[in-house]
Design a protein around this ligand. Structure first.
Ligand SMILES: [Zn+2]
Length: 212
């Protein structure tokens, strides 16, 4: 029997981790501590829902678009393909076309952005999906795209990329860490927290190599 191990491709949430400039910092604090003589350990958390590994719902860019709790589970549980992007600036249609994206696919882009999680602050130069590539993804019929830094769009001008994907029903996973992963075919489970009416939600994402 084929027994492959699950690989965690989410980043760990911690206080003051890299977050989108202008968003509140991730803050995790102890509110009860055994070390301090209390009966139990407990923590409180405050953060933007677009922190660390997370998903964007259409509502992120569309006023009354579907919210995170409306995510079809099929979009984030099932076969997925990890594609290695060699371009160090952006994901362009020319490179994508070589990978022949198929209707119904879940695609995770492994870029040099995965390496940015090692740095402490937010890095503006990460590999993003160009508007043209977003259009190509939509026309290919891909249902879900994942990227390995904090946005599918560029730091300066990422709105259009988001709009193209979200208006066309493509669900977005951001903030993955694919540095330990080879390109290829996997099973994906990515479950965002069910925050009602939310524009996004933090998620745990894992993949497991597939035989074929
Ligand atoms: Zn987001």
């Amino acid at each position: 029997m084929f027994k492959a191990k699950w690989i965690d491709i989410s980043v760990g949430l911690k206080s003051n981790m890299a977050c989108w400039p202008g968003n509140p910092e991730v803050k995790i604090e102890s509110i009860s501590s055994i070390a301090a003589g209390k009966i139990y350990n407990a923590s409180a958390l405050s953060l933007c829902v677009h922190s660390g590994t997370h998903m964007d719902a259409p509502r992120h860019l569309i006023k009354n678009g579907p919210s995170m709790d409306r995510l079809p589970i099929e979009a984030v549980v099932g076969p997925a393909r990890v594609i290695n992007i060699t371009d160090r600036v952006s994901i362009k249609p020319e490179e994508l076309k070589k990978h022949r994206l198929q209707k119904g696919e879940r695609i995770l882009f492994r870029t040099s952005g995965s390496g940015l999680w090692k740095k402490s602050g937010f890095i503006k130069q990460y590999v993003h999906i160009t508007a043209e590539a977003a259009q190509y993804i939509v026309s290919s019929g891909v249902i879900t795209v994942g990227i390995d830094y904090l946005s599918v769009g560029s730091f300066e001008d990422g709105v259009v990329t988001h709009q193209i994907l979200l208006r066309n029903g493509v669900w977005i996973i951001e903030g993955l860490n694919l540095s330990q992963v080879k390109p290829g075919r996997y099973d994906l489970i990515c479950l965002p927290i069910k925050i009602l009416d939310s524009d996004g939600a933090m998620a745990r994402a894992v993949i497991r190599p597939r035989k074929a």
